[in-house]
Design a protein around this ligand. Structure first.
Ligand SMILES: Nc1nc2c(ncn2[C@@H]2O[C@H](COP(=O)(O)OP(=O)(O)OP(=O)(O)O)[C@@H](O)[C@H]2O)c(=O)[nH]1
Ligand SMILES: [Zn+2]
Length: 363
């Protein structure tokens, strides 16, 4: 059982002028493109919600064919256009609206492909547990990825009830958090949950990310003020009999905000659309780098290097600098791989041809 989606206006589902203007630009096609938001995606089938309520939908073959890579296909949180005159379900998805933000990682495995986890989120709650497993470097990477995707990161340190002294961990994370807000919470005692709830504004979309078992579902349940999520989600028990979130789903919180719970993410390989830029979330390092004598300073052994100076004085921590280095190296590696990605280029060419052919048919 879900909380009912409020379909009296699609703005309650996150529709904004940004999408409206794209819709207007469709011109004559506009009539056949009814906006709906993807709330669930399983094995090729989508569940979308729009002014007509929740419907099953499926991607039109043309969209799949034209996509340069999978990152262009709709995921949970995306706004799509369905042909509502199609009559019976599944309704064909004939359009995907450009995104305001997305959480993107490099696909697991050998392929150099972006994988979009969720789309059109305002705030991403990066959840960790205040336990010995807390990994500052992983949080740093999440912050960078969220900023890269155009959303606002908020760091949630959960299970405060299990931690006798959260202060040292809090300060260690603070050093890598940049401008991200930080919340200490406990889904068990309710501590900090009001601060999380304050981020959940009507019509805005939040997503929860973090490793398995940190308490994403427990926090969700607190926000739902009931056990609904546990009942609604398709849950599978793993071999230890533990319940675990198995898919992404967008649903409504009592105050009218939208929330996407995601399955545990242990690793997050960086993805970036602009590999030459400095990794996001490192304002401290960026500010120092701007004061180096040479603007193309590599911060290794150039004279007048402000980064090296800060490292020797202890103002910049060595591991923070190494993280920045590592992310930057990953970006460069991605760039090199992508340039050489022949399959991608072939698809891009095919797509251009398709477009041309269509235009010729029309003209
Ligand atoms: N003591 C304590 N236990 C918690 C807290 N939050 C969650 N838990 C427990 O930790 C376990 C895992 O919590 P979940 O909410 O299922 O974790 P999750 O992040 O959703 O995990 P996945 O669905 O596998 O990604 C459950 O047994 C929860 O009851 C907390 O703040 N304090
Ligand atoms: Zn330098």
């Amino acid at each position: 059982m879900h909380l009912e989606y409020d379909v009296s206006s699609i703005s309650h589902l996150g529709w904004t002028p940004f999408f409206e203007s794209q819709h207007s630009q469709l011109g004559e096609r506009r009539e056949n493109v009814t906006p709906a938001r993807v709330v669930l995606s399983t094995r090729g089938f989508l569940h979308v919600v729009g002014s007509q309520g929740v419907k099953r939908a499926v991607l039109a073959g043309r969209l799949r064919h034209e996509a340069v890579d999978e990152s262009e296909l709709p995921v949970v949180g995306d706004w799509v256009g369905v042909r509502s005159d199609a009559g019976s379900e599944p309704l064909p998805v004939v359009h995907v609206f450009s995104r305001t933000s997305a959480l993107i990682r490099k696909e697991a495995g050998r392929r150099t492909q972006p994988q979009v986890l969720v789309a059109n989120v305002n705030t991403v709650l990066i959840v960790s547990a205040l336990t010995a497993e807390l990994n500052v470097r992983r949080i740093e990477r999440f912050v960078s990825t969220v900023l890269e995707g155009g959303a606002t990161p908020v760091i949630v340190l959960n299970k405060a009830d299990l931690c006798t002294d959260p202060e040292p961990l809090f300060h260690a994370v603070r050093k890598v958090a940049g401008s991200a807000q930080m919340i200490i919470s406990s889904a068990a005692t309710g501590e900090g949950i009001d601060s999380v709830r304050a981020l959940a504004r009507r019509g805005e979309t939040l997503a929860l990310v973090g490793a398995s078992g940190v308490g994403k579902s427990a926090i969700t349940n607190c926000l739902l003020e009931s056990e609904r999520q546990r009942e609604s989600a398709v849950r599978a028990s793993d071999e230890r009999g533990r319940h675990t979130t198995t898919h992404r789903e967008l649903f409504v919180l009592p105050g009218g905000a939208l929330l996407i719970d995601t399955p545990g993410l242990r690793e997050l390989s960086l993805w970036t659309e602009d590999p030459s830029a400095s990794p996001r979330g490192f304002d401290d390092v960026d500010a120092l780098a701007q004061r180096c004598k040479f603007h193309d300073c590599t911060h290794e052994n150039e004279p007048g290097c402000a980064v090296q100076r800060a490292l020797s004085s202890g103002r910049l921590a060595e591991d923070r600098f190494q993280s920045w280095r590592k992310l930057q190296a990953e970006q460069r590696w991605l760039e090199a791989r992508r340039d050489g990605d022949a399959a991608r280029q072939k698809k891009q060419r095919e797509r251009m041809l398709c477009k041309l052919q269509r235009q010729m048919k029309k003209g």
